[in-house]
Design a protein around this ligand. Structure first.
Ligand code: ZN
Length: 146
């Protein structure tokens, strides 16, 4: 089921800090499916739970054909090397793309959709998507990163 996407820089849901997922319940699994479907339909390459109105630390990224789901993601390491790229956001449909500086490489840990602990080394586009989506979990939007 596709879910409505929360929009606007002053939308309170997009400005709050999301809560940790304590347990992978059937409801969480349903939310993951709905989020990936919503991301596909939008279409987008990343989505965070607050963008569909759920204040939970849960993100999805689709840098290519493969979807990566991360629950309670935590970035453990940022590379010194930074990169500026144009970014858009599904929650800011009227905002043109903005040049945003982010770490080129990151190491991130969290849980996958099955609740298994995972560590990911990401660079380039995937690293960028993960940083953008984790920002959503902390109420941060690209307009704050200029
Ligand atoms: Zn976004």
């Amino acid at each position: 089921m596709t879910l409505p996407i929360q929009t606007g820089t002053n939308n309170p849901i997009l400005r709050k800090k999301a809560k940790e997922v304590k347990k992978i319940t059937p409801e969480i699994k349903r939310l993951i499916l709905d989020m990936t479907e919503t991301m596909g339909k939008a279409p987008g390459i990343g989505l965070a739970a607050p963008q569909v109105g759920r204040l939970l630390r849960l993100i999805a990224a689709k840098p290519n054909h493969k979807i990566i789901v991360l629950i309670n993601p935590q970035i453990k390491k940022f590379s010194r090397k930074k990169e500026i790229m144009e970014e858009g956001c599904l929650s800011l449909p009227n905002q043109s793309y903005l040049p945003i500086e982010r770490a080129y490489k990151i190491k991130v840990k969290g849980l996958n959709a099955e609740g298994k602990k995972i560590k990911i080394k990401a660079n380039g586009l995937l690293a960028r998507i993960i940083q953008h989506e984790i920002d959503h979990l902390d109420g941060i939007l690209i307009v704050d990163r200029l």
